[in-house]
Design a protein around this ligand. Structure first.
Ligand SMILES: C[S@@+](CC[C@H](N)C(=O)[O-])C[C@H]1O[C@@H](n2cnc3c(N)ncnc32)[C@H](O)[C@@H]1O
Length: 498
């Protein structure tokens, strides 16, 4: 059945080029991915009569894959399928395909095709306190990936899960969790972006409190997921069960290259290691080595703010402050630091290549005290070896200045209350951020190349006295290398809870 529907979809693709479909967030799932997704459901508790939902059904590929599996493993099962789809170009094909599936099922399938907006047609139910809406036993989806405005009626309809820039994919996933019967499962193929970052905080809170991540599949090659479609998105598949209690573990699989699921490795990971912290970040370890990193980091029981420390973002947006910038030192000028000044664990003030390495000291909002800091680059290139690149800022190297400036492509660690960090703490923070452990953890946590201070501030971190002990040893050793930081952290932390 699935092959027939794929063939008919390929004919459709020939008439509607990618550029046209991109505007509608329309990309079709390959047969292999659709089979893999339908294979993720646990059918052991499945009754004789089940309801299926496929929101944003396209040509019905995912419905066909799941129906095929249900018919082959549960003979005699009766299926009631609901599909939502709004695109008038694909609706006739979807209708034909659903009719075809019905004929093939010999009376075991009935369907309802809702040619209406999946979000707007249910906004009242979603926000209603007394929920009497219909619930489904299985939901399978490849939702539209489309950024929409904050004032879009669909964002307003689901404002509880929107924080910052909304995207249809997570509105769909939230609505599906709402549509799911308690104890049932949904399988979604979605981008990886939601697993960290502030924009997705409200969505994560909803998804991971109402539901629990049972299975995750990570694609190794991001270019081949929608092979014919050539979509360049970091994509993942999740299986979420609607349940309140946290399971002991989640199963993470990875490998294959889009359409080849034959070579997959799997890892059973403690649930709290996958979903962690107040922000409910989703950590995605793909190997035993990455698991070990999470285990060690989870042993740290504080965060930087617990120890009175905070990572902040550099203050000066240079292109907006052109009048304040200077090319050379002079009266009332102070050094302005860029990420180019972070090198070999230290901070220098050699010519940055930016042209303007100095700033006037007259605006209080653009300057900060010349005192101990740890500087961290906010942006690194994908091919660079480390995501966390930091340096110790030593105020005595620039002793003639009371204030300095930092460009906003630097993050810096400071005391929360603005007082000065002592030297041991400064060196301890540096050693931790410069270690292999924290660099690996940050990569697992955040797929992007940007170092986000909100994430850093909610990351597990050793307590204040352990930070100082580490700093003391680094100071004594006079060696800022990553190898030395790794050795000292191992010696001091010893992976008890600290
Ligand atoms: C990424 S495509 C996936 C199609 C199909 N599920 C598949 O896997 O091949 C998403 C589909 O959602 C449809 N869509 C977009 N916005 C929608 C909405 N608000 N309500 C219902 N369907 C929508 C698009 O027309 C598109 O066909």
């Amino acid at each position: 059945m699935l092959e027939h529907i794929i063939e008919r979809t390929n004919d459709f693709l020939a008439d509607f080029p990618k550029a046209v479909r991109k505007k509608k967030g329309q990309f079709f799932t390959s047969a292999e991915t659709a089979r893999f997704m339908s294979g993720m459901f646990d059918l052991s508790g499945c009754g004789d009569s089940v309801s299926l939902l496929d929101p944003g059904a396209g040509s019905g590929i995912l419905s066909a894959a799941l129906i095929e599996r249900l018919f082959s493993e549960k003979t005699g099962i009766r299926i009631s399928l609901t599909c939502y789809e709004t695109d008038p170009d694909i609706l006739p094909l979807l209708k034909d395909n659903l009719e075809y599936l019905k004929r093939e099922s010999e009376g075991r399938l009935e369907y309802e095709l809702k040619a209406e907006d999946y979000i707007l047609s249910q906004d009242w139910e979603f926000s209603s306190l007394a929920d009497t809406s219909r619930k489904f036993d299985f939901i399978i989806a490849n939702p539209p990936y489309l950024k929409i405005g904050k004032d879009d009626p669909r964002s307003l309809a689901m404002s509880d899960v929107v924080h910052g820039a909304p995207n249809l994919y997570f509105l769909f996933a939230s609505m599906s969790l709402f549509n799911l019967r308690q104890g049932s499962e949904m399988v979604y193929i979605i981008p990886r972006s939601w697993t960290s970052g502030a924009y997705f905080r409200a969505f994560r809170k909803y998804l991971l409190s109402e539901g629990k991540l049972r299975r995750i599949h990570l694609f190794v090659s991001r270019s081949k997921v929608f092979d014919a479609e050539q979509v360049l998105q970091e994509t993942m598949i999740i299986m979420v069960a609607k349940e309140a209690r946290c399971p002991e573990s989640a199963l993470i699989t990875s490998g294959g290259s889009g359409n080849d699921f034959s070579n997959i490795s799997s890892l059973e990971v403690p649930y709290h290691a996958v979903v962690s912290g107040n922000e409910l970040y989703v950590c995605l370890p793909a190997s035993q080595a990455e698991m070990e990193v999470i285990r060690k980091i989870s042993a740290f029981s504080s965060t930087m703010p617990d120890s009175g420390l905070r990572m902040k973002t550099g203050i000066v947006v240079d292109f907006r402050q052109a009048d304040e910038l200077r090319t050379a030192p002079g009266e009332h000028t102070i050094p302005l630091f860029y990420s180019q000044h972070i090198r070999d664990g230290k901070v220098n003030h050699l010519p940055s290549g930016k042209g303007y390495d100095w700033i006037l000291d007259r605006k209080r909002g653009l300057i900060q005290k010349n005192k101990n800091y740890v500087f961290v680059k906010r942006f690194t290139a994908k091919e660079e070896r480390r995501r966390l690149q930091c340096g110790i800022y030593c105020p005595h190297d620039f002793g003639q200045y009371e204030y300095i400036g930092t460009q906003n492509k630097i993050n810096f660690v400071d005391k929360t209350d603005g007082s000065e960090m002592d030297r041991k703490t400064t060196y301890g923070v540096y050693a931790l951020l410069n270690s292999t452990l924290f660099d690996m953890y940050y990569r697992i946590l955040n797929g992007s190349t940007q170092v986000n201070s909100t994430e850093m501030n909610s990351m597990p971190f050793p307590s204040a006295d352990i930070i100082r002990k580490i700093g003391e040893k680094v100071l004594l050793s006079e060696d800022l290398s990553t190898a030395n930081c790794d050795r000292i952290i191992k010696e001091v932390a010893s992976w008890r809870r600290c």
